[in-house]
Design a protein around this ligand. Structure first.
Ligand SMILES: NC(=O)c1ccc[n+]([C@@H]2O[C@H](COP(=O)([O-])OP(=O)(O)OC[C@H]3O[C@@H](n4cnc5c(N)ncnc54)[C@H](OP(=O)(O)O)[C@@H]3O)[C@@H](O)[C@H]2O)c1
Length: 338
């Protein structure tokens, strides 16, 4: 994995199961908040699945498109786009009524300095959107941050266990879920709260950050010594297939890979492949932000890209100075300040 073209192609290739699911969807697909790290690749995947299904359906992306390149790239692929700020009521109300909605809007980084914005985007806007799209099915992107840090020996937080968000970002994300639930119950709107833990592609994510540390000879902080990751293509595929699993009241689903990854082990795997020495600071704490996604794997199967494959690709990417997005995950954060 060396070039953006290879990466984009891999991310945009639908499985047969996705094509089958998309072919049985009733109506077009609307992606709200499509201009971020995941949206463009999710849209391309959805478009290819629609095309392979032979059905005539539109994939429509909505975002402010702070990065206009994303909008142009999507249009070039035959994906319709609408530039809109969903916090502006006229923009929201002018959107077409679409049966299948993937809601990806969120505000994380910078939320500690702008807490009211965090609550407005993450908790208030979902209510406006749920009310506007009351006749749709909605997959609402959420986060594993709604859980407390759990014992690293526990196998991760399950959907059946309690929530315990740490800090205002995580609390506002739980607010998003609760508000979607309120409107789902009130209006009978099928919803699925999709609790994601660390999607990765070559350009960003936990694996890239640890690999860069090792490559550049910087010590890896082990305090948050364990994490979950999932290949972004698998996360996107599951999100689209979740459109067929929305319910009233909402279904809740943890979405991540099967491993509780030791960060120490991960750094050593990178070091071995890069012929470097991994250096560390601090020691592993007993707790970390970890989700148990066994239910997701039961429904959709295990992710198609394995952890070792992601590690090998990340090494190639870093050694070849592949393009990266400068958006650190801050996965080591333990107090919820993002
Ligand atoms: N990536 C992960 O590993 C991960 C993990 C857990 C949860 N999540 C959640 O999953 C969702 C998608 O992830 P992501 O990494 O793609 O997030 P992201 O990079 O933050 O993308 C979300 C996008 O929403 C758009 N947006 C924000 N406010 C908007 C508004 N008022 N009107 C219209 N669009 C708006 C923004 O794009 P524009 O500025 O172009 O509009 C932004 O880039 C997010 O909610 C994220 O919090 C992601």
């Amino acid at each position: 994995m060396k070039t953006i073209e290879e990466l984009d192609q891999k991310l945009a290739k639908p499985s047969q199961k996705l094509v089958e699911d998309v072919s049985t969807l009733d109506g077009d697909i609307l992606i709200l908040g499509a201009g971020g790290k995941m949206g463009p690749s999710l849209a391309a995947l959805a478009k290819n699945a629609v095309d392979e299904s032979g059905k005539k359906r539109d994939v429509i992306c909505v975002s402010r498109f702070s990065n206009p390149e994303h909008q142009q790239d999507l249009e070039k692929q035959g994906i319709k786009t609408i530039a809109a700020d969903l916090m502006i009521e006229d923009d929201l109300q002018s959107l077409p009524e679409i049966k299948n909605v993937l809601y990806m809007v969120g505000f994380k980084f910078g939320s500690a300095e702008n807490q009211s914005m965090s609550w407005a985007i993450n908790s208030y806007l979902p209510g406006r959107v749920a009310d506007k799209f009351k006749e749709s099915s909605i997959v609402a992107f959420s986060t594993g941050n709604v859980y407390p840090l759990v014992d690293v020996k526990s196998g991760g937080a399950t959907e059946a266990g309690g929530v315990g968000p740490v800090g205002e970002y995580a609390q506002s994300c739980l607010g998003r879920e609760r508000v979607f639930e309120y409107f789902s119950r009130k209006n009978g709107t099928p919803v699925l709260n999709y609790r994601l833990n660390y999607a990765i592609d070559m350009r960003y994510g936990v694996l890239l950050e640890i690999a860069q540390n090792v490559f550049n000879g910087n010590p890896v902080n082990l305090r948050t010594g364990h994490a979950n990751v999932i290949w972004q293509g698998d996360a996107n595929e599951i999100a689209i297939r979740c459109l067929k699993h929305c319910s009233t009241p909402p279904t809740t689903l943890n979405v991540t890979g099967p491993e509780t990854i030791s960060i120490r082990w991960l750094a050593k795997e990178f070091a071995k492949r890069m012929k470097k020495e991994a250096e560390f600071v601090h020691e592993e704490e007993d707790t970390a932000l970890l989700s148990n996604a066994t239910r997701c794997h039961q429904i959709f199967g295990y992710p198609s890209v394995s952890l070792l494959q992601m590690i090998d690709w990340t090494v190639e990417w870093v050694e070849n100075e592949g393009k990266t997005i400068d958006k650190p995950t801050k996965f080591q954060e333990r107090k919820g300040d993002f």
